[in-house]
Structures are given as structure tokens and as C-alpha cells.
Write a protein of this length. Structure first.
Lengths: 216, 384
């Protein structure tokens, strides 16, 4: 009940923070997608690179988010962006790499070699095989990676409030400082709702994009 | 049409040649079956034709042109390719699958659409029903038909087929093989066909090339492989029952006795029974005035009967067509436990009979091309 009251009194502030949150996460995921998918595709051609890149991306995932924010402060301070939105975006992009790269790589690798053989045998170029056969067939697994990345980014994005990136995490941290339970819960619920909504949205987009022939 | 010249393939890191110094020629419009046990190099040899595998030495010519001098992408687009697991693209509809190569060649939409429908009709699938289906909505046999249609999309003169019927159950396989052969009657492609099934090879091949450990052991017609195997390996491969396998190659009309003895329904029973007694016959076929088969009479039934034979006819439960193969005829004889089977044409006219003796003489290796031994059986001739 008190949460509802808090929302009613602070809906304006809630929307503002939600917007900030969504913006930071969106930018991060777009960048992560624009880098992760091509990297994932590239390492399917290069097994050695695949091993080391997946290894590095795996290590980044294991760094606690607070620590990663902390580590980046001295580096990004050089460019005058030690705290705020920029380090938050950089961190989220780094975290998102593993699910996106790994899923892209695994999805393309798992396409039945017989089907690729058929494509090459019929006279497709390497690129045509990639764009007409492998990627369309890999789409749903690549999407699954994106969904994980987005949902995870929304969660970690809450912590980015700690380094001044704003977002719904502000409610949580301010609530903790002021021992204001309703504020903490409101922030947490808002973050969860956003994550669920985006997950559903992505599910819908995936359904539209992935070929009906691939549904089981 | 396709010529292999001293073709050798040694895979990197391997001592033995997968394909060893093979010379082979496939004539235009012919199905050449490459056969052998797994690892004999048959698939490797086939995949070298569209350069999915490179040759280590030797050359392959299509229509007199060395394939190494052709653009590899264009070469592949000009060769129909059907693979073992069919390899349909699961994310594309039937229509898109068939249109793969035409699209790569940038045909215009209307032409592609028309060609897709034409091909669907050719493989006996209703275009309106199947055009928009996805591969997962097809049965194995239907998917296989689409695979063949896709390979024929641009009407390539040469087709490569790698165990195209391998994943199909035996009953449907027979049907698809027959269908494909009747399509081939019309389209007359030059086909390299890989299989490990000798039965399929005999049925599908105009020529069979038997490979062992990368070497060509024997190349010839199915008939030649069965009747004059080059060595013990070929004998073993075609099997101890190779004499029986010849039954697949032969038609009823090749073995039947033409103009068999028979009488007519309007004949007098007394006359017929006397003739049967003279010739020592227990049974006699009966036809009507148009020589259409009505059935047969039993000597016991007419011996004390006066009247027309027609009243004592027993129906013939089993007949075969002159163009059905001998194996089917024999298996019918065995399953009905009868020593004779009658061949009638489409109008039910009596054209011949087969019995175990004629079959044995055809199957037997020493069988006389001139049909000398059949003469004894036909010696009675047409008695009426």
C-alpha cells in the first residue's frame, strides 16, 4: 500500500528515472549488438580467435558489477568521464558481450553441415551461405542472447546509479541511505517490471522475425 | 559428357589415396551409379565434379571443358545437386527452396514462379497445396521430391545425387525410384548417382562403377556386373544371389512362353478333354473369342461333361503384365504357391505364361540366349 502511495506521490520522478534507465540500457544494448553479433560471426571463421574471445568475454562476466565500475573510474577519468553515463554504458556493453557473442557463435556453428553443404554445392558464395542460410537459421538463438543481454543490462543498470548514471537504481540507493522501505521497493519493482516488459517485447519481435519453418 | 581422367585424391595428412587414378566416362543422358562400401571413395569422386573437393591430380571434364578452368560458383550453379539428407533449407518455403538457384542467377519473379509450379507438377506435388509449406511440414518422401525439384530448377544438364533415397523407408524408396526413373525418361540428364545399395544400383543405373579402396574395380552395365563379374571382389559385392538379382533387370516378356496352349469357352468339352488326355495336361487356359483370358479348366471337371468348356471355367486369381519385372512375378508365384503365372496385357488378352522351369532357365547362368531349352516346353505349340 505504501508503495502505491509512493508511486502516486512521485510518478513524475519515477518516469524521469525510468526514461534515464531505459536510455542508458538501450544505447548499451545497441552498441553491444553492433559489436557482439559481428564478433560472434567472425569467430565462426576463426577457431583460435573463438577460443580466446569467448574466454575473455567469460572473464568479464565474472567481475562483480560494482568492481567493474570502480576499475573503470581511473581509466575513463583520463577522458573526463570517470563517473556518470559513459562508464555505465561501457560497463553494460562489456557485460552484454558474452551472451551475444556466445549465442551468435553457437547458433551459427550449430547449423546442420548438410544444409551448408547443400548451399555451397548449389553455388552460393560464402557470404550468401551466411546471410541466406546460416543467419536466418541462427536468428532465434541470437535473439535469445540479446534477450539475456537486455534483461541483465536492466538489472545491472540499476547499480550504475552508484556512479552517477541515474536511472531507477537511484530510488534503491536513496532508499537504502534514508532507510525508506517504500522507496527501495518501488525502485526494485520498477526495474523488474521494465525487465519483464522488454523481455516480452523481444519475444514478440523474435516471433515476427524468425521463419515459421523453424518453429517446432 | 563427364570424363574423369586419372583422377586422384589424397587428403592432407593421409597416406592412402581416397580416390586412386580413376578413369571413367559418363555418357550424355546416362545414370552412372558409383557404388562401393563406405570409405571406398565414391562420394569423394562425386564431390570432385562440382569441386566441393579438389583433385590432387588428374582432371575432370564436363562437355570437354576442364572444370578447373571454369568459375567455381558458376560451375556449381550449372550442376544439379541432391544430397543424402536432402538438405532443404528449413527456414524457407518449398517454393523458396526450389527457387534457390534461379534467384542466385537473378531470374525475374514471374519466370521463377512459373518454373516452381512446373517442377512441383513434375514431381507430382500439387503446387497450390505445397508451394507455401515449410520442409518440416513435409513427409520424407515429399521432402525428397522437393530436393530433386530444387536440383532441376534451372534445368542443368548434369546432376549429382548422393544417396538421394537413403533416408526413405523401403516401400517409399521403391516408389520414388520408379518416379525418378520415369522423370529421367523425359529429362535425360547426365547423372552421377552415389549409393551403397547394390539393389538400387542395378535398378537405377545405366552403368555401374564399382569402387574399392579408391580404385575403380569394374565399370559396365548392371547386366555385365551380374553376369561377368571382373573378379572375386565384384562377385562378393554383388552377392551370392546375383543370379536372383538379374530378375530385377528382366521383364516378364523376356522370359514368358509366347502363344501358350489354350482353348476357347465355346469349345466342346469332349474335344478338349480328349486333347488334354493326349497331351497329358491337367489344366488348360480358356480364352474368349477375342483371346481375352477367362480362366482355366481342370481336366477332372470336363472329362465326363458334355457341353461348352465355358461352363466349367475356374477364374485365374493371379495374372501379371508383360512389362512387370521377373522378381515380382516370382514372388507372386511363391506367395500364392502356384507353379505358373499368366501374363495378360492391358486389355486382359492372353500374351504368355511363366512357369518355374522358364524362370529357372532365365535365372540360371548357363541359360541359352536363343531360348533353346524353352523350346521343349513350347513343343506342344498351340493345340487349338
Amino acid at each position: 500500500m505504501e508503495i502505491w502511495q509512493f508511486f502516486m506521490q512521485n510518478w513524475h520522478k519515477t518516469l524521469e528515472l525510468a526514461w534515464q534507465h531505459a536510455w542508458v540500457v538501450s544505447i548499451s544494448v545497441i552498441i553491444a549488438m553492433a559489436t557482439g553479433v559481428p564478433i560472434g560471426i567472425w569467430i565462426t571463421f576463426n577457431d583460435k580467435a573463438a577460443e580466446s574471445i569467448l574466454y575473455v568475454a567469460g572473464i568479464i562476466m565474472t567481475i562483480p558489477s560494482i568492481a567493474l565500475f570502480g576499475i573503470m573510474i581511473p581509466f575513463l577519468s583520463i577522458f573526463g568521464h570517470g563517473i556518470g553515463t559513459v562508464p555505465a554504458i561501457v560497463a553494460l556493453v562489456l557485460y552484454s558481450q558474452l551472451p551475444i557473442i556466445r549465442n551468435t557463435y553457437a547458433a551459427i556453428k550449430s547449423v546442420d553441415p548438410n544444409i551448408i553443404d547443400a548451399g555451397i554445392g548449389m553455388g552460393m558464395t560464402r557470404w550468401q551461405v551466411l546471410f541466406k542460410v546460416q543467419l536466418p537459421m541462427a536468428l532465434s538463438v541470437i535473439f535469445a542472447g540479446l534477450r539475456v543481454a537486455v534483461v541483465m543490462s536492466i538489472g545491472i543498470g540499476a547499480i550504475a546509479a552508484y556512479i552517477g548514471a541515474g536511472g531507477l537504481g537511484r530510488f534503491i540507493f536513496m532508499g537504502i541511505n534514508q532507510t525508506y522501505g517504500a522507496m527501495i521497493k518501488s525502485g526494485a519493482i520498477a526495474v523488474s517490471l521494465m525487465a519483464i516488459a522488454v523481455d516480452i517485447l523481444f519475444g514478440y519481435i523474435e516471433n515476427r522475425l524468425v521463419s515459421k519453418g523453424l518453429r517446432s | 559428357m563427364i570424363k574423369f581422367e586419372k583422377v586422384t585424391k589424397i587428403y592432407p595428412g593421409s597416406q592412402a589415396a581416397a580416390v586412386n587414378d580413376i578413369d571413367l566416362e559418363v555418357a550424355e543422358g546416362e545414370i552412372c551409379v558409383l557404388i562401393g562400401s563406405s570409405g571406398c571413395g565414391k562420394t569423394t569422386l562425386m564431390r570432385m565434379v562440382n569441386r566441393l573437393i579438389s583433385t590432387t591430380s588428374g582432371a575432370i571434364y564436363i562437355d570437354g571443358k576442364n572444370i578447373m578452368n571454369l568459375d567455381v560458383i558458376e560451375l556449381r550453379r550449372s550442376i544439379g545437386y541432391v544430397i543424402q539428407q536432402i538438405g532443404l533449407f528449413p527456414h524457407m518455403t518449398v517454393s523458396d527452396n526450389i527457387a534457390t538457384v534461379p534467384r542466385l542467377l537473378r531470374w525475374d519473379k514471374r519466370r521463377i514462379q512459373a518454373r516452381v509450379d512446373e517442377l512441383l507438377c513434375l514431381v507430382q506435388l500439387e503446387p497450390a497445396v505445397f508451394r507455401h509449406r515449410y520442409p518440416r511440414e513435409l513427409s520424407g518422401g515429399q521432402a525428397q521430391r522437393i530436393g530433386v525439384a530444387r536440383a532441376m530448377a534451372t534445368d542443368p544438364p548434369v546432376m549429382l545425387m548422393d544417396e538421394p533415397f537413403g533416408a526413405i523407408d523401403p516401400i517409399n524408396r521403391e516408389v520414388l525410384q520408379d518416379e525418378f526413373l520415369s522423370i529421367q525418361e523425359k529429362i535425360r540428364k547426365t547423372i552421377v548417382f552415389v549409393t551403397h545399395d547394390i539393389h538400387e544400383a542395378i535398378k537405377m543405373g545405366n552403368k555401374i562403377a564399382l569402387l574399392n579402396a579408391g580404385r575403380l574395380v569394374q565399370h559396365g552395365t548392371p547386366e555385365a556386373l551380374l553376369t561377368s563379374p571382373a573378379n572375386q571382389f565384384v562377385k562378393d559385392f554383388v552377392g551370392a544371389d546375383r543370379a536372383l538379382k538379374r530378375l530385377d533387370l528382366l521383364k516378364v516378356q523376356d522370359a514368358m512362353l509366347k502363344n501358350p496352349v489354350h482353348c476357347h469357352d465355346f469349345d466342346q468339352a469332349e474335344v478338349i478333354s480328349r486333347l488334354m488326355q493326349e497331351k497329358g495336361l491337367n489344366y488348360l487356359l480358356v480364352c474368349d473369342s477375342q483371346e481375352r483370358l477367362l480362366g482355366y479348366v481342370n481336366f477332372r471337371d470336363i472329362v465326363d461333361y458334355s457341353g461348352n468348356v465355358g461352363a466349367r471355367i475356374k477364374p485365374m486369381t493371379l495374372t501379371v503384365r508383360p512389362n512387370s519385372n521377373l522378381k515380382d512375378a516370382l514372388s507372386k508365384m511363391l506367395s500364392y504357391d502356384i507353379g505358373i503365372v499368366v501374363a495378360v496385357d492391358d486389355d486382359n488378352k492372353l500374351v504368355g505364361i511363366l512357369n518355374t522351369m522358364t524362370l529357372a532357365s532365365v535365372v540360371g547362368q548357363t541359360y541359352d540366349e536363343q531360348g533353346g531349352r524353352w523350346g521343349k516346353i513350347t513343343a506342344g505349340g498351340k493345340i487349338l
